[in-house]
Design a protein around this ligand. Sequence first.
Ligand SMILES: *Cc1c(COP(=O)(O)O)cnc(C)c1O
Length: 434
Amino acid sequence: MQFVSTRGGGEPFSLEQALQRGIAADGGLFVPTEFPCFSPEAFADDDTAPAIAQRMLTPFFAGSSLADDVGAIAEAALSFPLPLIDLDEPAADLSVLELFHGPTAAFKDVGARFLAACLTRLEGHASDARGDLTILVATSGDTGGAVAAAFHRQPGIRIVILFPRGLVSARQEHQLCCWGDNVTSLSVDGPFDVCQALVKAAFADQDLRDRVRLSSANSINIGRLLPQAAYYAASSLEVWRRTGRAANYIVPTGNLGNALACVWARKMGLPIGEVILATNANRTIPDYLASGDWQPRDSVATLASAMDVGNPSNMERLRHQHPEWRQVTEAVTACAVTDEQIREQIRRDAERRHQVWCPHTATALHVYDQLPAETRQAGPWVAVATAHPAKFESIVEPLVGHAVDVPPALAAILNRPAQAVQIEGELQALAAQL
Ligand SMILES: *Cc1c(COP(=O)(O)O)cnc(C)c1O
C-alpha cells in the first residue's frame, strides 16, 4: 500500500518511507491511500490480538520489504494482555479496555513496540558509513519511557531522550533514565518546548546530519497508529461475539492518536458504533466540534498531563478523511473534563465501583457517567483505560486514601538504577552528546 501527505500533492510514499520519515517533507502527516474493509466474520479464525492485527494490517504492508514480517511484528508489539474488564453495572453494559499491561504501564507501549519492531528490521536491511541510526525523542513524560523500553538493546539503533529537568514526575523521570546501553537520557535545562526546539534544531543542522543519521519516533508516526487499531478490533469483536452489537467507545484524548485508531478500525468494518473523545481542560477539539472553528492554542497544565495538548496534531488526519466540519461531527463527539471532575471521579469510583483510575482514564468514566440514562442503556459501552494508576500515585493515592499496588513490569523498571546527563538547552550541548 502507498501513503500520501495530508497536505496533498506530490508522489505517494512507500510504507518504509512513511515509517522512517515520520512526517512528510511538506509538514503533513502520512495517511494510507485506501483502507481495507472486513466483515466481523473475516476474523472468525482469529482469537488473539496479534492474529487479528496480522489480518487487518497485512494490506498496509503489501508490497513492502516488511510484508513477510507482519505476523512477527504484531507478536512483538501486542505481546502483553489487553483485557476487556466487565464492570458489571446494573442495567448497563459497560466495560473497561485496559491498555496498561505493557512494560511502561501505558497504551503507548503498543505503538512504540510496533514501530521498534519495524525500524529494527528496516535497519537490518540498511547500511551507512555514519553508523547507527540515532532516534531523538523530546518527551514531557510518557512517550520517552515507552520508546526507550521498546528500543532498549535493539541492534543498530541509538535512542536519545530529552526531558525537561524538574518538570516530570519522579516515577516518570525514573522510566526515562533507567535504561543505559543504547539509550541516553538528557535532562535539559528548560521546559518541554525547549526540548522539542532542540530536536528540531538538530534536524535542521546540516553538519550534524552529515555526521549522525537522525530519525524521530514521535506519536505522529504511522507505525504507532496502525497497531492501535488492532486492540479496538479485538475488543469490538469480543463484544460483538458476546452481544451481537457494535461497541461504543469513550477514549481519553490529547493528540488524538489513540482515538483516531478507533475511528480507523471502524472505517475498516469493525463493529464499532459511537466514538466519544474525553479531553481534559484543553478544549481545542470540543470547541471545534461545537463551532466549526479550528483554533489551536497553548496547552494548559492539568492532572491528566499526558493529554495536555493545545494543538492536537492527529486532527489533521481526521479532517483529511472528513473534509467538512459536519462530517467530522458525525465521526466523533467530544466532551471536556475539568481537574475538579477528574478528582471527584477518582474519589467516587474508588468507593462506588471499587476501581482506581489514573487521571486520564478518569476522564472517560466521567464522560460515561454524564451520558443520558437511555444512551448508557443503549450500550454496549467501552471506556478506555490508558495508563495504570500507579504511574500517577502522587495524584491518585491521596484521593483514594490508600497506596496503589505497582504492577510487576513497572516495579522492575523502578528497581533499575537511573542516571541522566544534564545539559543546557542549547544545540551545541545536544550536539556534543551525539
Ligand atoms: C498519551 C496519553 C494519552 C493521550 O493519547 P493521544 O493519543 O495523545 O490522544 C492519554 N492517556 C495517557 C496515559 C497517555 O500517555
